[in-house]
Design a protein around this ligand. Structure first.
Ligand code: NDP
Length: 336
């Protein structure tokens, strides 16, 4: 059973060598009397929050344990089950480990895949936590209205690409930023953003945002933090809303960057709300009712970046922090 192991706590930018491959033996049968399931992992999700778990002080997460197998969301097939809710051959998504086969004891974190007419990997992307994150952050927290001005950072990523498309479906004006020309082209040509720009080519982000939003921003979907957030704040409109989803620019820093324009939250009467998607899992059925028809009718597109094989798992994870991933970063462990 090939496994991906977390070597030890990281400070600064993570490296591939912070993870390593190992082998172990695993029985493909559930132990007698146990309510666990044994799954064959098919797809694994690479997520920015994993960097936080690689630190000793993992912020609001539990740190990974040095020397232990990486854990995260995945799509898998049940090989054997001691649990009445799961049978051999079921396709599931939820918390699993970065290895070929996993004995899952925490079966409350596994969900049966309800619809297989879509790519299975979608259950760790547009139909999984990133999709629900876009839905919760945009619809529930930002109370968006038709015609409003929406800005999305890290807009071509797993979450951002969907936020922009939700905003377009509602009739908003949407601008996204990303770090390469290829991503900017995707935003405009594939996801239908009204405008997009490469933030790495801008000298002054606040001036740049003023150019795209001469009348100001109603809704900012925050994926990046730091200097980007600081540039957004003076460009917000009165009664603007900010969904504080993530701040990837801060995850590799020992000390977070200063924010200087926070007074705008008061003067513009901005509502800024942080959120953690697992607190909103009760909305998953409502989200699925919205998103599945959109996917099947071709109203939303989803771009994935699929690395093949567990041997490529360390580089796939690290790519998130250098911006080399284009779309949702997935590891394909085995064929369906
Ligand atoms: P992405 O696919 O967007 O993340 C990777 C991208 O982030 C990279 O390709 C890169 O894109 C960008 N990036 C990396 N480093 C930096 C940097 N220093 N400054 C600016 N951009 C950078 O990931 P997700 O869509 O999965 O997640 C988006 C955000 O949402 C993250 O902050 C994540 O932590 C958060 N999140 C929060 C959840 C919650 O429950 N609150 C749940 C899920 C995600 P580029 O080339 O454009 O720079």
């Amino acid at each position: 059973n090939t496994q991906v192991i977390f070597r030890g706590y990281v400070s600064g930018f993570p490296n591939e060598s912070d993870l390593y491959l190992a082998n172990s033996r695993i029985s493909l049968k559930v132990p007698e009397g146990s309510k666990a399931v044994v799954v064959k992992n098919l797809y694994l999700s690479c997520d920015p929050y994993m960097r936080l778990r690689m630190s000793y002080d993992a912020n609001y997460f539990e740190p990974f344990r040095p020397g232990s197998v990486m854990t995260g969301n995945g799509v898998a097939k049940v090989m054997d089950s001691g649990h009445p809710s799961f049978s051999k051959g079921d396709l599931v998504w939820g918390i699993t480990r970065w290895e070929e086969y996993t004995l899952v004891t925490a079966t409350e974190s596994l969900f049966k895949i309800p619809d297989t007419d879509v790519p299975l990997s979608y259950y760790i992307g547009i139909l999984g936590v990133p999709g629900l994150t876009a839905y919760v952050g945009f619809y529930e927290l930002c109370t968006p209205k038709k015609g409003e001005y929406v800005y999305v950072s890290s807009a071509s990523g797993a979450v951002g690409q969907l936020v922009g498309q939700f905003a377009k479906l509602l009739g908003c004006y949407v601008v996204g930023s990303a770090g390469t020309k290829e991503k900017v082209d995707l935003l405009k040509n594939k996801f239908g953003f009204d405008e997009a720009f490469n933030y790495k080519e801008e000298q002054d982000l606040a001036t740049c945002l003023k150019r795209y939003f001469p009348e100001g921003i109603d809704i900012y979907f925050e994926n990046v933090g730091g200097a980007m957030l600081d540039a957004v704040l003076p460009n917000m409109r009165v009664h603007g809303r900010i969904a504080a989803c993530g701040m990837i620019s801060q995850y590799n820093l020992d000390k977070p960057e200063g924010i200087y324009n926070l007074m705008n939250v008061i003067s513009k009467q901005i509502k800024m709300q942080g959120f953690i998607t697992p607190s909103y899992f009760h909305l998953y059925p409502k989200f699925m009712e919205t998103i599945l028809p959109h996917i099947k009718e071709g109203k939303v597109a989803y771009v994935e970046d699929i690395a093949e094989g567990l041997q490529n798992a360390p580089s796939a994870l690290i790519r998130l922090f250098s911006g080399h991933n284009v779309g949702k970063q997935v590891i394909q462990v085995a064929m369906e």
